[in-house]
Design a protein. Sequence first.
Length: 184
Amino acid sequence: MDSWEWNKIAGAVLGTLIFVLVIKFVAEAIYETKPPAKPGYVVEGVQEDKTATAAAPAEEALPDFGSVLPTADVAAGKEISSRCEQCHDLSKGGPNKIGPNLWGVVGRARATHPGFDYSGAMAASHDVWDFDKLFRFLKSPQGMVTGTKMSFAGLRSAQDRINLLAYLRTQSDSPLPIPAPAKK
């Protein structure tokens, strides 16, 4: 092959690259897309980024568990637990799955279920899973225990979390007592 053939090949490659770039610039100019005014759907548990001037959101007030747990809908909590059962087993003596078995989790020390390999973030504390801690954890697992392996986005609804806590409380040989109602 002589140099004339190589020049034709190089010219064809360069011409193609220039053509593709011109088409790209023209398409971007014609089809300029603007971001939507509001999202098409909201992903539960994902926080929207606010500007630095926005005030920090107020932390959710904890309910009076002495008042709300006796009236909670345990059947609704059982239905909500089906989301948990994708990764956890709730039966007594059941196996660990992606997450540890949750039988007796209410009142159990954190990261202590035998046979499960907890993340370092979860194993860093062995505080007892009381109603307050579980209520906050179920809202945003990553927000409460940064670095946990649990990828669940959380339950936004406070009533759903209360119902789930009422159900999880029943899944134990010795359920954690419901605290006395707060005095008003």
